[in-house]
Design a protein around this ligand. Structure first.
Ligand code: MD3
Ligand code: FE
Length: 216
């Protein structure tokens, strides 16, 4: 276990609660790493990464794709979940079994027994890419957690509270780390600091983040 031992509330050291509703599972995704990466490459071949835009029309530094029943899209009308990929005009690829299992095992471990995600958003960060502080509130049911999986280059998450001005905490994340955001944390403001250039042995010069949600 690398970090955050300060916050550890679990004697076995695998599950760390680092804030009200924030559960950190160090390297939780590594046990099935090869299946995950194979599925990721297949998904990206079917539904390539595309640029996202803010509601004001600014291009974001992150590129995205999705799988599952609903995917995240942005266009002139704003942001929303859609059952079709506007780039291919096809339904999003099915959520791979290895993705679903990982998300459900993580949610289960964090105490959410019946998490059934219908959407997995896949964000791709190259060196310098970041995500500004925001809330995820386009999903229907905020009682359901969000599970995030970090792959490739390391990142620092920022998370605050329910108000944009709330003090933020930095959470360093590495390849294979999983965080479950539920309860009061579900609506916390959060973001990602600019990714530092580097090369990850498995994923190269990028960071990939999977976020599993019950969107519909
Ligand atoms: C904290 N993605 O796609 S996931 C996003 O690393 C997004 O790509 C980031 O934020 C990324 O919306 C961070 C971590 C995350 C997700 C949902 C949260 C943190 C959260 C919801 C509430 C609080
Ligand atoms: Fe978010």
């Amino acid at each position: 276990m690398r970090n955050l031992d300060l916050f550890n509330s679990n004697p076995c050291n695998a599950i760390q609660t680092i804030g009200d509703g924030v559960v950190f599972l160090s390297e939780f995704a590594l046990s099935n790493e090869q299946d995950l990466l194979t599925s990721l490459h297949q998904l990206v071949a079917l539904s390539p990464f595309t640029k996202m835009y803010t509601p004001s029309g600014l291009a974001m530094s992150v590129t995205t794709t999705s799988c599952g029943l609903a995917g995240w899209v942005s266009d002139a009308y704003g942001y929303r979940y859609s059952k079709k990929n506007p780039s291919t005009n096809l339904p999003w690829p099915q959520m791979p079994e290895s993705f679903l299992q990982l998300a459900q095992q993580a949610a289960d471990t964090a105490g959410y027994k019946n998490f059934v995600p219908d959407s997995c958003l896949i964000n791709r960060y190259q060196a310098g890419a970041k995500m500004s502080l925001h809330q995820d509130k386009n999903e229907k049911d905020f009682s359901q957690p969000i599970v995030s999986v970090s792959l490739g280059l390391p990142a620092t998450f920022l998370f605050g509270g329910l108000a944009r001005e709330d003090k933020t905490i930095r959470l360093p994340l590495e390849h294979g780390d999983v965080v479950v955001w539920g309860g009061p944390a579900r609506l916390f403001f959060h973001g990602v600091l600019p990714i530092k250039a580097g090369k990850h042995p498995g994923l190269g010069e990028q960071r990939i983040n999977l976020t599993f949600r019950k969107a519909l």
